[in-house]
Structures are given as C-alpha cells and as structure tokens.
Design a protein around this ligand. Sequence first.
Ligand SMILES: CC(C)(COP(=O)(O)OP(=O)(O)OC[C@H]1O[C@@H](n2cnc3c(N)ncnc32)[C@H](O)[C@@H]1OP(=O)(O)O)[C@@H](O)C(=O)NCCC(=O)NCCS
Length: 173
Amino acid sequence: MQNRILETERLYFRELTQDDFDAVCRIMQDEETMRAAYEGTYTDDEVRRWIDYKLAHYAKHGFGLWAVILRETDELIGQCGITMQKWKDENTHEIGYLFRRDCWHRGYAVEAATACKQYAFDELGVERVCSMVRDTNIASQKVAERLGMAVVDRGVKNFRGVDMMFWLYSIKR
Ligand SMILES: CC(C)(COP(=O)(O)OP(=O)(O)OC[C@H]1O[C@@H](n2cnc3c(N)ncnc32)[C@H](O)[C@@H]1OP(=O)(O)O)[C@@H](O)C(=O)NCCC(=O)NCCS
C-alpha cells in the first residue's frame, strides 16, 4: 500500500496514480459535480492528462492534490490537497477539494480540507493558504468559510477556455 500522507478520523490521503483512473472518472465525468467548478466533464484523455499533471506536481513540489480514501472501505471518494496556483502575479498555495457526488453533505470536504490547511502550516511552513472559488459555487464557498477563510480578492480566471469570476479566499497562519 502506498504511504498515507495524512489521516483524519474517517479519511486518509495518498498520492494519485493512473490506477485510480476509473475512480477519478466517476467524479470528473459526472455532470453535476463538474458544472459547479469546472465548466463541464472531462473526457477519458483529459482525465489521464489531468492525473499526469498531478503526478508532475508531486515530483516538482513534494505535495499536491491527493487521493482521499474512506478508511472504512478503502475507496477513493475524492481529491483534496495543496497545489501551487497563480493568482494575478502571485504564486499561492491553494487548497482544492472535489468529492464524489454520493458522498456529499457528510462533512468530508471540511474534514479533508482542514487537515490540508494544518499540513500547509505545520509541515510546509507556509504563511498563508487560499482557495479560489467561483462566485456561483456556494458549496465550495461554505467549505472555505468553515476553514476560517475570508474573501480577500476577486478576479476573472480563464479556465478551459471560459472566463469565470473567482473569489480568492485566504487565511494566514
Ligand atoms: C464543494 C464540495 C467539495 C463540498 O463537499 P461536501 O463533502 O459535501 O462538503 P461538507 O459536507 O464538508 O459541507 C461543508 C459545508 O458546505 C455546505 N454545503 C455543502 N454542499 C452544499 C450545497 N450544495 N449548497 C449549500 N451548502 C452546501 C454544508 O452544509 C456545510 O456547511 P455547514 O458546515 O455550515 O453545515 C462538493 O460539493 C463538490 O465536490 N463539489 C464539486 C466540486 C467543487 O465545486 N469543488 C470546489 C472547487 S473550488
């Protein structure tokens, strides 16, 4: 079994691999999940490239968006972690989260993202973490608020060819 990077009461985190393709497709090919944040589902090729991109991020930074596994069943139910993202001219540590739809509303996103926030402060020693959330994504805004984050900036980001209004949530150590 791969290393457990983090553990919480109900979840553990490990690096994604291409063997997770089917489980990731269940999330990233679901219309409702992807509508809120990503302007549409991913094709098989896009999922493979997306996983490769996450692997490259681990190799470069030593951390990234991890697989979130339910301890009770060993199933991959989401992705959550810390990635380097550009906001305007600045590179920031972003906490990202994305969960399988049948697992929503059970507090998993807050549980996972809270552990990532602590990891960023305690293990990576960063001064500030953020989450970039679309203005229309109420569920994600709630998660950021539960992390103690507040909106510190707003701006348009182009994602997959579409301009979207994003809010920058942030919290200092
Ligand atoms: C955003 C997401 C990760 C939340 O996952 P989750 O496990 O259901 O969240 P939690 O159960 O931890 O709930 C966190 C808070 O958000 C609220 N919430 C969750 N979904 C909600 C919704 N659809 N509408 C309003 N509030 C919502 C919960 O009530 C809870 O608030 P509370 O603590 O005040 O009660 C999930 O909806 C998802 O994967 N969405 C699609 C991907 C996405 O948008 N990712 C974020 C990109 S920035």
